[in-house]
Ligand binder design. Structure first.
Ligand SMILES: [Zn+2]
Length: 189
């Protein structure tokens, strides 16, 4: 924490600010606390997040959790990117507790990330822990580093996907997934 506080102080003086003025006095502490919060995923383990909530079932149809909000930080600029994640899988005897999927998304989002890697990590962790017939993950993101700097395109949205098993190999499975999440996306920003 102390290291971050010092670094923020350096940034403040570096941009020509008076780090001693009233409004900025406690900024280094606030920023240090904020960083701890938005990067807390580094201290979480998959096992703790799932916490035994894997259940044996006979259900073998597609399970979809759509519109999971996330907030992450781009590792190239330390600026936020955020949006929604859609997750689908076809169980092969095991399912994971519903609330665990958003928690896993948060665990990966609350680290320095690039959207492509985050997408793949979410798919891989479900594939590893559930050994399902297939997994699909689609992530939509708006990147502050593209909106407020650089090309300054604030409507551009990045869409990434990771498909494993039947979601990759079976055209029908993939279209069913994409159809289900598309109907969920109608009317969403
Ligand atoms: Zn960036």
């Amino acid at each position: 924490m102390k290291k971050i506080e010092k670094a923020v102080q350096t940034i403040l003086t570096g941009i020509g600010e008076d780090a001693g003025r009233q409004g900025l006095l406690r900024t280094p502490q606030r920023v240090a606390k904020m960083y701890a919060e938005v990067t807390r995923g580094y201290h979480q383990k998959v096992e703790d997040v799932i916490n035994g909530a894997i259940f044996d079932v006979k259900y073998d149809e597609m399970v979809v959790v759509a519109n999971i909000e996330y907030y992450s930080m781009c590792e190239h600029h330390l600026l936020p990117f955020y949006g929604i994640v859609h997750v689908g899988y076809i169980p092969k005897g095991r399912v994971v507790g519903l609330s665990k999927i958003p928690r896993l998304v948060d665990m990966f989002a609350r680290r320095l990330q690039i959207q492509e890697r985050m997408t793949q990590e979410i798919a891989d962790v479900l594939n590893d822990y559930l050994d399902p017939d297939g997994v699909g993950v689609v992530v939509e993101g708006q990147h502050m580093c593209m909106m407020m700097r650089g090309v300054e395109k604030d409507q551009a949205k990045m869409i990434t996907s990771a498909m494993i098993g039947s979601f990759k190999e079976d055209e029908k499975t993939r279209s069913e997934f994409l159809h289900l999440i598309r109907s969920e996306r109608v009317g969403k920003v």
